[in-house]
Design a protein around this ligand. Structure first.
Ligand SMILES: *Cc1c(COP(=O)(O)O)cnc(C)c1O
Length: 353
């Protein structure tokens, strides 16, 4: 080992789901939206002529912030935007979790949280979800350096009622509480109205799931002006031009078309509710998902074998080889046609067991 190697910052990276190439693939492994973004997004994209690439982007992404403020009924000073909610969440960990005390998040949740905590040397504890994968608010009523809750949670899909979220925030007014609402548009209760009552609350959302724009990388946070200003100061101390100008323009178009957004979310919710029934008929049980994915386990077939059998058919779902989750599959809600192809295969595969 070279002497300088001792000073390298060691990091254990987050492992995202596979991005396989090919047009026969049914991709239900990373919770992308199966539908295209709003027509206005594609129109604005066609109208770009290169001028958007030549100049530096607006570092404050003002056009997008204005559209979001208008849509969510908050002030522009209460919004921070970033390159996907991963960027926003990472920046929030760096900005707000600077205490000697451990931050708290559930043992089963978005697996990026422990990665950021380790990278930024933030101590953390992970209270256990109960047998039904539910969060117990009581576990978050002890001394801590901050709290992070994904609501609805991933990869379980289950949601905490807003009352329970508020109970957690209320018990933790001396630290920052982050609520990650990546999936809230599919049926959760948003904590955004609470930002006006709790100055320590930061709500994070993304364009990657409900707005069909995972490839554009747009996320945002809402909170009181003090929190948002602190986030901006950290961001501008690192890299001012993170979000590119096409993303700012196209994200703005997506926010403006509320009708399309609501219609597509309703399409996915309808397919999800039908999927709960179809999976149960096939011998699976599933958590009561409020998201664009189901978390399922089969009474007889092992999850790993199912995962591999589906993959041989070019149907990609997500499997987590970790304790408590290793007999479950996380299946993104696709189009009705994609789901039908999967049910057909599962029916014949399970018959052959
Ligand atoms: C998908 C996801 C994110 C990150 O999404 P971005 O694409 O970075 O906006 C954050 N939190 C949870 C719980 C997610 O599932």
């Amino acid at each position: 080992m070279k002497p300088w190697e001792a000073y390298i910052r060691k990091a254990v990276p987050y492992v995202p789901g596979e991005q396989p190439e090919g047009n026969r693939i049914i991709k239900l492994n990373t919770n992308e939206n199966p539908y295209p973004p709003a027509p206005g997004v594609l129109k604005a994209l066609r109208e770009m002529n290169g001028e958007q690439f030549r100049k530096y982007p607006d570092p404050s992404a003002n056009m997008l912030v204005e559209a979001l403020a208008d849509s969510y009924g908050v002030k522009e000073e209460q919004i921070f935007v970033g390159v996907g909610s991963d960027d926003v969440l990472g920046m929030a960990f760096l900005t707000f979790f600077n205490s000697e005390r451990p931050i708290l998040f559930p043992d089963v949740t978005y697996s990026f949280y422990p990665v950021w905590a380790d990278l930024f040397r933030i101590p953390y504890e992970t209270p256990k979800l109960d047998e039904a994968f539910r969060i117990n608010p009581e576990d978050y009523k002890k001394a801590n350096g901050g709290v992070v809750i994904a609501n609805p949670n991933a990869p379980t899909g289950t949601a905490l009622p807003l009352k329970a979220v508020e109970e957690i925030i209320k018990a933790n007014q001396d630290v920052v509480v982050i609520i990650d609402e990546a999936y809230v548009d599919f049926g959760g209760q948003s904590a955004v109205p609470l930002i006006h009552r709790y100055e320590n609350l930061l709500v994070v959302q993304t364009f990657s799931k409900s707005r069909s724009m995972a490839g554009m990388r747009i996320g945002f946070a809402m909170g009181c002006e003090t929190l948002i200003t602190a986030l901006k100061h950290v961001k501008y101390s690192y890299n001012s031009y993170t979000m590119n100008q096409p993303s700012i323009i196209l994200g703005t178009e997506a926010v403006k078309d509320r009708e399309y957004f609501e219609r597509r979310v309703a399409d996915i919710v309808r397919t999800r509710e039908a999927a709960k029934i179809r999976f149960r008929e096939l011998g699976f049980s599933c958590t009561d998902s409020c998201t664009n994915f189901l978390f399922v386990t089969h009474e007889k077939a092992g999850a790993k074998e199912l995962f591999e059998a589906l993959k041989r058919e070019q149907i990609y779902v997500r499997y987590f080889a970790v304790p408590r989750l290793d007999n479950y599959l996380r299946v993104t809600i696709g189009t009705d046609e994609e789901m039908e192809t999967m049910y057909q295969f599962l029916t014949s595969y399970l018959k052959g067991l």
